[in-house]
Design a binder for this molecule. Structure first.
Ligand code: F6R
Length: 616
């Protein structure tokens, strides 16, 4: 959580930093601030509230300077106040710091610094870190050929426990920034005699597509004409400059009122990108370039374990269903946050997978490390290229869906479902699935983008339904088999963006408790696709009807519901089992979106939530 941006170059820093902070607001938006180096002074402006508040405040003051840092905050230490907003200044006024992460030993450091006469204006761990830099700077001797600024930051970070992505300014070193990372993302944009450091590429892609992904434990020292990379142990690092393959328009809302709606409508293209080049020439199986495990090794695996958080965990559940159904290999799914502490016994022939859009979710990263520590190979299904999870995994599959900015995950989720379905196919074809079944499966996956396009045409009808249901306070989502996780996902989407209470259950579990909730005040979104369980689903719906519960049924074309059973019927095209969860996600995404809009909620920035959860 939190987004940081720093600029050094020939242009005015503030407009570039503000533009970057706007793009990073999905990471935190309770307060924002900037600091520019202006001659021999550090000038700070910061304010509780959104970046726009800060921009209005800055417009009244002239904040000029070609070197600066900025921050958009998601409060972890200290309440949401102007004083707690970043950047923080050291008490001697020499340093300014922005920080994303948590300093775990800040209380001891604060007590130590207080004894040395340092004072604090905020409740944050960041101000403590900033003062520790000042403390080391005061003690640091000037050594020829070394930057005293860089060395004092390096020394400070050696004493710090916890996580950080930081960028610092020093009043004695105009036109310089020192930045560093440990477990919080940081990317350097390499321009023409200018550099931008940011938590995420969306903050810099309008200026340059050439980037260096900083690794954990690395520091970067920036001046307008050069940058150097080094480690906490003072070893030089040769930078690898990568090129971002997407452009700034991918990170804009375009004609859409919200990123979430834009990303919902991007799903056909996102699915095409996620599967491009990933089918074998004979058209009967999937093909992955980055697994770093041979098909022969893969075939020896006797069990899979999937870990993730939130929406990505729902993608794990669908993948579990498809792998067990088509490949007949046992799969276990766990919340990453539970797995990391559970000390679960794992057979050596277990292949471990994590799924994470951002690749920075701290619990998922910790689960990956725990699995590696136990000697397992870990594969990552991940969207953000160069993320911590992508780098630490032994192999993986990129989602290739471009930046997902809306806090509520949509296109990343359906592409995870698609990739999960492809993994199931890949393993199934190594085992019992026939060539012709494989071809049929591949063709079904290839039809997914068109089926999603058809489902998206239901948007006006779903919008009208949302208007009728936005006034309710509770909602149930029921589904079976691979649609049970989609029921969970529908409930999560509704909760997170419209603040309604919603729960997802396997439809047949209803009678074991949730049925007590049914009344005319609690509608049920019921997945009832055609298939062998259809009659059982109809019976469950009849029970709800008898209790006067309103029903929004999501069916497929071949499913003929008794007349009058459901209050609303949303009909999706019939499709292959591997594709059904993807298609069934569309109406629940749209329903949550339109209900949230109808209730006047801030869809892209739901309260209490940030896009990537990089603290425990
Ligand atoms: C919900 C949502 C979250 C994320 C979860 C994991 O819409 O987006 O539940 O799925 O925080 O995030 P990643 O996938 O980045 O690890």
């Amino acid at each position: 959580m939190c987004g940081i941006v720093g600029y050094v170059g020939k242009q005015q820093a503030v407009p570039i930093i503000l533009e970057g902070l706007k793009r990073l607001e999905y990471r935190g938006y309770d307060s924002a601030g900037v600091c520019v180096q202006n001659g021999r002074k550090l000038k700070v402006e910061k304010k509780a509230g959104r970046v726009d508040n800060l921009a209005k405040k800055i417009a009244r003051h002239h904040l000029t300077g070609t070197t600066g840092i900025g921050h958009t905050r998601w409060a972890t230490h200290g309440g949401v106040t102007d004083a707690n907003a970043h950047p923080h200044l050291s008490s001697d006024g020499k340093f300014a710091l922005v920080h994303n992460g948590v300093i775990e030993n800040f209380a001891q450091i604060k007590a130590f610094l207080a004894r040395k006469g340092y004072t604090f204006r905020s409740e944050t761990d960041t101000e403590v870190l900033c003062n520790l830099i000042a403390y080391h700077f005061a003690k640091e001797p000037a050594v020829k050929g070394q930057s005293r600024f860089l060395e004092s930051v390096r020394k400070t970070l050696r004493h710090v426990e916890g996580t950080y992505g930081i960028a610092a300014l020093c009043v004695d070193f105009p036109e310089e920034i020192v930045a560093a990372r440990k477990a919080s993302p940081l990317i350097l944009g390499v321009g023409d005699n200018e550099y931008i450091i940011a938590s995420d590429a969306s903050a810099l892609v309008s200026h340059t597509q050439n980037v260096v992904y900083l690794k954990d434990g690395e520091l970067v020292h920036l001046t307008p004409s050069a940058f150097t990379l080094s480690t906490l142990d003072q070893a030089d690092v040769s930078p690898v400059v990568d090129t971002i393959t997407w452009s700034v328009t991918d990170a804009d809302k375009g004609k859409y009122p919200h990123f979430m709606l834009k990303e919902i409508f991007e799903q056909p293209a996102a699915l095409e990108n996620a599967m491009r080049g990933r089918f074998a020439a004979d058209g009967s199986t999937a093909n992955f370039g980055g697994l770093n495990i041979t098909p022969a090794e893969f075939a020896t695996m006797e069990r899979f374990m999937f870990c993730a958080c939130g929406t990505a965990w729902h993608a794990c559940l669908v993948t579990e269903h498809l792998i067990e159904r088509f490949a007949r290999i046992p799969v276990e799914v766990d919340y990453a946050s539970e797995f990391r502490y559970r000390n679960s016994p794992l057979d050596p022939r277990t292949l471990f997978f994590v799924i994470s859009q951002s690749g920075e979710t701290i619990d998922t990263l910790a689960a990956l490390r725990e699995a590696k520590r136990k000697g397992h190979r870990v594969m990552a299904i991940n969207n953000v290229v160069g993320s911590s999870i992508a780098r630490e995994a032994d192999g993986g599959i990129y989602q290739h869906v471009g930046p997902e900015i809306g806090v509520a995950s949509t296109k990343a989720f359906t592409s995870q479902l698609l990739i999960g379905a492809m993994v199931a196919l890949y393993v199934a074809r190594m085992r019992d699935m026939s060539f012709s079944d494989g071809v049929q499966y591949v063709n079904a996956l290839k039809s997914a983008p068109d089926l999603v396009r058809q489902a998206l045409k239901l948007a006006p009808r779903i919008k009208a339904i949302a208007k009728r249901y936005a006034k309710f306070h509770d909602m149930l989502f029921l589904g079976r088999l691979s649609l049970f996780p989609i029921a969970l996902e529908g409930a999560l989407k509704l909760k997170e963006i419209s603040y309604l209470h919603a729960e997802g259950y396997p439809a047949a579990e209803m009678k074991h408790g949730p049925i007590a909730l049914i009344s005319k005040k609690c509608p049920t979104v019921f997945f009832a696709p055609s298939g062998e369980l259809f009659n059982k689903l109809v019976s469950s719906m009849q029970e709800i009807k008898a209790l006067k519960g309103p029903i929004i049924a999501i069916v497929t074309a071949g499913a003929k519901l008794p007349k009058g059973l459901a209050d609303e019927v949303i009909t999706l095209p019939d499709c292959h089992e591997a594709v059904l969860p993807i298609i069934a996600s569309i109406p629940v995404q749209l329903l949550s979106y339109y209900i949230a809009v109808e209730r006047g909620c801030d869809v892209d920035k739901p309260r209490n939530l940030a896009k990537s959860v990089t603290v425990e």
